[in-house]
Design a binder for this molecule. Sequence first.
Ligand SMILES: Nc1ncnc2c1ncn2[C@@H]1O[C@H](COP(=O)(O)OP(=O)(O)OP(=O)(O)O)[C@@H](O)[C@H]1O
Ligand SMILES: [Mg+2]
Length: 270
Amino acid sequence: MKVGPGEFISVMGPSGSGKSTLLNIIGGLDNPTSGRIKVAGIDITDMGEGELSKIRRDKIGFIFQSYNLMPVFTALENVETPMVLAGEMSEKEIREKAISLLTLVGLSGRLDHRHHELSGGENQRVAIARALANDPSIVFADEPTGNLDSESGQTIIHLLKWLSEIRHQSFIIVTHDLEIGQFTNKIYYMKEGKLTEDEPPKTVLPKKVLREQQLAFLASELSVVQDYLVRLIDNSKRPFTELQYEMEQMKDRINRINEKIDQLYKEKRE
Ligand SMILES: Nc1ncnc2c1ncn2[C@@H]1O[C@H](COP(=O)(O)OP(=O)(O)OP(=O)(O)O)[C@@H](O)[C@H]1O
Ligand SMILES: [Mg+2]
């Protein structure tokens, strides 16, 4: 199985066929009996726990079937944690980014609620915001909409798809929901531990309008890019070629944000 940058893929299949196991193996939480795993170009198959946990923190976002949120933390604190652990942003940047991610998933009114004060679907959305916090290269989502009604589920999937387009992040989504499969570039079917690939169904769902959320997020995305550039140019002691590469990446990202702004404007006029 090969997943490219910005690809949005779903894995379907009966209960017990090995879908969660597949995600655990790609995410370095479990070891394969055979074969090799590369994430963002790095072979993680034989890596020790120390190195692996750094890769998981910086490159991978996990949305677990059972959330795995910290029960004593508020929604905001849960989303902030991975950024605090990464230790690259100021407290203020972390707070702003956490708020913008929670706003994106529709939880701006629930920032200070704890796990037991949130509904199943709300907890799931906190877990989604947390998984996106460190701008991972790839996000694994195990039944990310399992606790949401079909409309909220589609809204969330639409948002994730949109993020993958702007940020060129890859997503692997395990789901039982055929409607969600329609959003994806590719569908894999898992049966008794074996994967087969299939074209997504042809039906196209109507686009959900989320203009305000999308605009707010684009604005905060721009400020994230700006902060990142300042850090890169002012504080980095990394080799020039590496900086240049990262600058090019950021310029691409700004272009994609611009395209999305144009698109939103066009949709509004239509
Ligand atoms: N740690 C483990 N050790 C041994 N067997 C396991 C382990 N974890 C899961 N299994 C088994 O591997 C098979 C695949 O499990 P997995 O959790 O990947 O299924 P799944 O496709 O995600 O199912 P569901 O849709 O119910 O979540 C199951 O038969 C399960 O019992
Ligand atoms: Mg599972």
